[in-house]
Design a binder for this molecule. Structure first.
Ligand code: ASP
Length: 431
């Protein structure tokens, strides 16, 4: 059975058992809990929740090596692009701008729909109580999140990179270091950095396998987390997840078909209808593999064979885009951070939301193009704005579907970028 089906099954079984247990066993107001309910709680606390924690911790465990290797290699890759002059500059500008656009779309949607506020205040209070105890000591729920100021910008530069790697609230420091390191690597003669490059590539590949271990236990982890939550809190906790899904999937589809459709028509002067008809296979591949990296060969083939993008352009833009350019991931991060902040009762001021934009863009750039690649970084972003990372448990159950969907704009944006660059070089795109 494919992993995505098993994760979905885990979610359904965990949620069904939890909700049923809660309905049948939880004591009425003022009554003492029965033996069966106590056994259920015991099971939730000593078996289901710990299994979920194993999954979550496996994700957190890979953050530092994953961010370091994926970002350094990605940025160092741009160095080669310098040789191509404008292509390099244009691609990076495209990556940053379309990613920022996607986060903003996510934030506008989530501020408007406010899916997190649809949760019954009493249930939201219980959710908070549940996650508060495991939040890191620096987090105080219900407080306004730290905002965005000159100090935030200066503080991005870590005084001590080891300390910043050790502190989930200082992810920006690590990201900043990785970017500077990657840039510096391009300035050292290639022969002298080849060993380092190979080493980083090796570590990256091993870390991806470790992430694969985490994903392999995802069906059990997701079942455990959702069981523990629904057994204690009952059906209402699932209600606002529906709104969350509407916000995030709606946002992703809008970005894919409206925003990217518009960009393809403006920048590549290409009919959006024809464009989307031609990339059906690409969209299905991205959706079913849930991985920009795994879709890379299809993205390259679509660009060169369907649209006539020159091989050199596709050969540079696509691999770089598959690691650095993640529109869908950034949108998803914006929606999820805001949704969970709403549930947690953490007020995100305009300044704090600016910080979310910056964090989402940077962490989308740092995300590896593999299934679940953004989850470790999302955990870090949450902590940074004062939301306990454990609250990820609320959305992990439905994340596989969201992951599959967000991978579609992730790869489509790379393709549109390559069409734009090809056209700006005077290439006649295939109709
Ligand atoms: N699965 C996504 C991709 O490969 C990354 C993520 O958002 O988890 O593009």
């Amino acid at each position: 059975m494919p992993l995505s089906t098993r994760i979905l099954l885990g979610l359904l079984i965990g949620a069904a058992l939890g909700v049923l247990g809660n309905l049948l066993l939880s004591p009425a107001k003022g009554e003492a809990p029965g033996e069966a309910y106590r056994l259920g709680l015991e099971f939730a606390d000593t078996i289901a929740y710990p299994v979920g924690q194993v999954f979550l911790r496996m994700l957190f465990m890979v953050v530092v090596p994953l961010v370091l290797t994926s970002l350094v290699l990605g940025v160092a890759g741009i160095g080669n692009l310098r040789a191509l002059g404008r292509i390099g500059g244009r691609s990076v500008a495209w990556f940053v701008l379309t990613t920022a656009c996607a986060v903003m779309l996510g934030l506008v949607l989530t501020n408007t729909l406010a899916p997190g506020r649809s949760m019954d205040p009493q249930v939201a209070g219980e959710v908070r109580a549940l996650f508060e105890k495991e939040a890191s000591s620096k987090i105080q729920l219900g407080k306004e999140s730290p905002g965005f100021s000159v100090d935030t910008l200066v503080a991005i530069i870590p005084r001590n990179v080891v300390a910043s790697a050790a502190d989930p609230r200082d992810a920006l420091g690590l990201i900043f270091f990785a970017i500077v390191f990657g840039i510096a690597m391009t300035l050292v003669p290639k022969e002298r950095t080849q060993g380092l490059r190979d080493l980083l590539q090796g570590i990256y590949e091993v870390v991806i396998v470790v992430l694969g271990f985490a994903m392999a236990i995802a069906p059990y982890g997701v079942a455990g987390l959702i069981f523990a939550t629904t057994f204690k809190l009952g059906l209402p906790v699932l209600g606002s997840l529906g709104y969350y899904l509407v916000a995030v999937l709606g946002g992703l589809l809008f970005h894919q078909f409206v925003v990217l459709g518009l960009l393809v028509s403006v920048f590549a002067r290409y009919s959006p209808l024809l464009f989307f008809a031609k990339i059906r296979g690409l969209m299905v591949t991205a959706f079913s593999t849930s991985s920009s990296n795994a879709t890379l060969p299809t993205t390259m083939r679509t660009a060169t064979e369907e649209f006539g993008v020159p091989r050199e352009v596709a050969g540079f833009v696509m691999p770089l885009g598959a690691t650095l350019n993640m529109n869908g991931t950034a949108l998803f991060e914006g929606v999820s951070v805001l949704f969970l902040a709403q549930v947690a009762g953490v007020e995100l001021s305009l300044a704090a939301q600016l910080l979310v934009i910056l964090l989402a863009v940077l962490s989308a750039i740092g995300t590896a193009g593999v299934p679940g690649g953004s989850l470790p970084l999302l955990a870090v972003v949450l902590e940074q704005v004062g939301v306990p990372a454990g609250m990820l448990a609320l959305i992990l159950g439905v994340d596989r579907l969201v992951d599959m969907t967000r991978t579609i704009p992730n790869v489509t944006s790379d393709l549109v970028c390559s069409l734009w660059i090809a056209r700006s070089q005077g290439v006649q795109l295939k109709q």
